[in-house]
Design a protein around this ligand. Structure first.
Ligand SMILES: [Zn+2]
Length: 337
C-alpha cells in the first residue's frame, strides 16, 4: 500500500482535476469554500469515509434527476447515474457492501440498467444478503422512493430503521431549498414527480450516519454545507425565478462535500482515491467502463440536460471529455498502484 504522504498528494491532484470550472458554473468558488471547511482534499475525505464502511456493511445511495419534470417524470438526466454506479461498484468490490440505490420509480429502470452495466446485478434485499455472505455475486438493490413530502418523511424513518446503514451517499440529487422547493440550476421549480430523498439524508444526519455528497451546481443534496457560497456565487443562488422567495441552494448538508465541474467526474475521482487506499487497480473507474455506461445511458433515454437531447454528452461536455477524466484520474493514481 502507498504511503500516506503520497496518497495525500494524489488526493489533491484529483481534487484539482475535477474542479477545473470547464462549464463556467462557479464550481471553483464552491470548491474553495468546501476545501476551506474540510481543510484537505475533498475527494480524499470522501474516499476515507467510503472505505470506512465496515466489511459486509450497508450503504444507501441516491442519484437521478427528473430533468424536464413539467413535461414528463419519465425523463432523467445523464449526470449522476454513471457516477453513482461507479461508486456502488467500488463499495461492493472494496467492502463487500450491500448497496441500496434510491430513486424515483419512473427513473428506476434506467438507473438499474446503468448499475448493471457497471457490473452490479439487481436483486432484492434478501438476495443481496445471500450474495454478501458467500461473496458470489456483485449486486445492487434498487428501491423506489416516495415523491410526496409526507411519504418521503415516513419512508426515511422506515428505511433507516430497517437498513441501519453505515453510510449515505448522494450524487447529483437535487434537494429542497428553505421553502421546500426543488429548483433547477436555471432557477425554476421542478419538484413535480421528484423523490424526496433529501428528507432521508436529513434524518440520517440527525442520526449521525456519515453522509458523503457530490454536486456541481449548488442545488444538490450536500450543498447546505456551503449555503452562503451558493447564495453569492451561483446563478439564482440568492433569488430563484419561481417566486418562492428563496434561492436554488439546497438546505440539506453532509459530512463530506465533493464539488466537481460535473458530478460524474467527482465520483470518478473518488473511486480513484478508493483504489489507492485499497492498493487495488481493479477498483478504478476506467475509460472503457465509462464508455459502456455512457452508451447504456443513451440506450435508456437519459438526457444531456444542458442541450436537452439524448446523447453521450453529459452536462454539455462531450463524450471524449468523460473518457479523458477517467484516464487522467487513472494516470494520477497510477504511481500508487
Ligand atoms: Zn423558488
Amino acid at each position: 500500500m502507498a504511503d500516506v504522504e503520497l496518497i495525500t498528494r494524489l488526493d489533491d491532484r484529483l481534487d484539482q482535476l475535477v474542479n477545473i470550472d470547464m462549464g463556467e458554473r462557479g464550481v471553483e468558488h464552491l470548491f474553495k469554500a468546501a476545501r476551506a471547511i474540510e481543510g484537505r482534499s475533498l475527494v480524499g475525505a470522501a474516499a476515507d469515509a467510503l472505505m470506512a464502511v465496515p466489511e459486509g456493511g450497508t450503504a444507501i445511495l441516491t442519484t437521478g434527476s427528473v430533468s424536464r419534470a413539467w413535461i414528463t417524470p419519465e425523463l432523467g438526466e445523464n449526470d449522476g447515474p454513471s457516477g453513482a454506479a461507479a461508486i456502488a461498484r467500488a463499495l461492493v468490490m472494496a467492502r463487500n457492501a450491500t448497496c441500496v440505490m434510491l430513486c424515483e420509480e419512473t427513473l428506476l429502470p434506467a438507473i438499474r440498467n446503468v448499475c448493471q452495466s457497471a457490473g452490479l446485478f439487481p436483486v432484492t434485499l434478501e438476495q443481496a444478503a445471500i450474495a454478501r455472505r458467500d461473496k458470489s455475486l456483485a449486486t445492487i438493490v434498487m428501491l423506489p422512493y416516495a415523491v410526496d413530502d409526507a411519504g418521503g418523511q415516513a419512508q426515511a424513518i422506515a428505511l433507516l430503521d430497517e437498513l441501519q446503514p453505515d453510510l449515505l451517499f448522494s450524487t447529483e440529487r437535487v434537494g429542497r431549498n428553505e421553502y421546500g422547493v426543488y429548483h433547477s440550476m436555471r432557477g425554476i421549480d421542478y419538484g413535480m414527480g421528484r423523490a424526496r430523498v433529501d428528507l432521508l439524508f436529513d434524518e440520517g444526519l440527525a442520526r449521525d450516519i456519515p453522509v458523503v455528497a457530490v454536486g456541481d451546481g449548488g442545488n444538490e443534496i450536500g450543498m447546505g454545507k456551503v449555503v452562503d457560497h451558493v447564495k453569492f456565487n451561483v446563478p439564482y443562488g440568492d433569488q430563484c425565478k419561481c417566486g418562492c422567495g428563496g434561492g436554488i441552494g439546497a438546505v440539506t448538508g453532509c459530512d463530506v462535500l465533493v464539488t466537481a465541474a460535473c458530478s460524474n467526474w467527482g465520483c470518478t475521482a473518488i473511486v480513484a482515491a478508493m483504489a489507492t487506499r485499497a492498493g487495488d487497480a481493479k477498483l478504478l473507474h476506467t475509460p472503457e467502463r465509462e464508455a459502456l455506461l455512457l452508451d447504456t445511458m443513451v440506450a435508456n433515454g437519459l438526457i444531456n440536460s444542458t442541450h436537452g437531447i439524448v446523447d453521450d454528452s453529459v452536462d454539455g461536455f462531450p463524450r471524449q471529455s468523460h473518457l479523458a477524466v477517467a484516464e487522467l484520474c487513472r494516470t494520477i493514481v497510477s504511481r500508487a498502484l
